[in-house]
Design a protein around this ligand. Structure first.
Ligand SMILES: Nc1nc2c(ncn2[C@@H]2O[C@H](COP(=O)(O)OP(=O)(O)O)[C@@H](O)[C@H]2O)c(=O)[nH]1
Ligand SMILES: [Mg+2]
Length: 221
């Protein structure tokens, strides 16, 4: 990367951060929390979101922003549950950015809302660079992906407030070392919480729900 490329990347990230701060300010004004869920494709983002909606739908008002390169498959799954979802198609882009979220939130009525869940584009690399204006970053790693991923893609794990290891129901068939994984995460990010879950069997989801509830109860009112 030459000096000019580095400067342009810095400018893009600075401009993005400014929009992200404005979004956070707007959400704070309405006492809405936003979480940004990041992972590889197929690790269980949509499954986790649907379980979360099921659990909280009678207690909190939640909207979902779905990011994908193409299609509205995930947004259709959410609207099929009777929950408001806004689909963003990046048309080839490997991550969401704050400008996309600003446009999407313009389509969501923030009054009466408690939580916006953003499903980022499936990617462990570029998603980590872009502040979306979310209050918390959630990273999912699933058992079949392997326990070496935090070593290979450290930034996203360093940006996480909470890491979920999903698909623990299939752990017996993979050599993911769950016993040493907490040390791996602590080594990169001592502040991050770590929860093992299966969105299929429901194991561990109570810990996730408590984390979400704790975040929503801590909105300063
Ligand atoms: N065995 C198992 N499969 C899961 C689990 N969570 C998700 N899946 C499956 O993994 C695939 C991808 O899930 P999805 O939620 O669409 O992942 P996304 O691409 O990250 O949104 C689907 O076939 C899900 O049924 C889990 O905890 N255990
Ligand atoms: Mg999905």
């Amino acid at each position: 990367m030459d000096k000019r490329q580095i400067t342009i990347k810095k400018d893009i990230l600075n401009a993005n951060r400014e929009i992200a701060c404005n979004i956070r300010g707007l959400l704070d004004k309405h006492q809405v929390r936003m979480i940004n869920i990041m992972s590889s494709p197929g690790s269980g983002k949509t499954s986790l979101i649907m379980k979360t909606l099921d659990h909280f739908r009678d207690k909190y008002h939640i909207a979902v922003i779905e990011g994908d390169v193409a299609s509205s498959i995930d947004a259709d799954r959410i609207t099929g549950m009777g929950i408001q979802a806004v689909q963003i198609n990046t048309g080839g882009g490997c991550h969401l950015d704050a400008l996309m979220i600003e446009k999407a939130t313009g389509n969501i009525r923030l009054e009466q809302l408690d939580l916006i869940i953003v499903e980022n584009v499936g990617n462990l690399v570029c998603t980590a660079d872009f502040d979306l204006g979310a209050h918390k970053n959630v990273v999912i790693l699933s058992i079949p992906e392997g326990d070496d991923k935090p070593h290979k893609y450290p930034l996203i794990f360093m940006e996480a407030n909470i890491v979920l290891v999903n698909k623990i129901d299939v752990a017996p068939w993979f050599d993911f070392d769950l016993s040493s994984f907490p040390d791996v995460i602590r080594g990169l990010n001592p502040e991050a919480q770590l929860i093992a879950v299966s969105t299929k069997t429901g194991e561990g989801l109570d810990n996730w729900f408590s984390w979400v509830e704790g975040m929503l109860n801590n909105r300063g009112y």
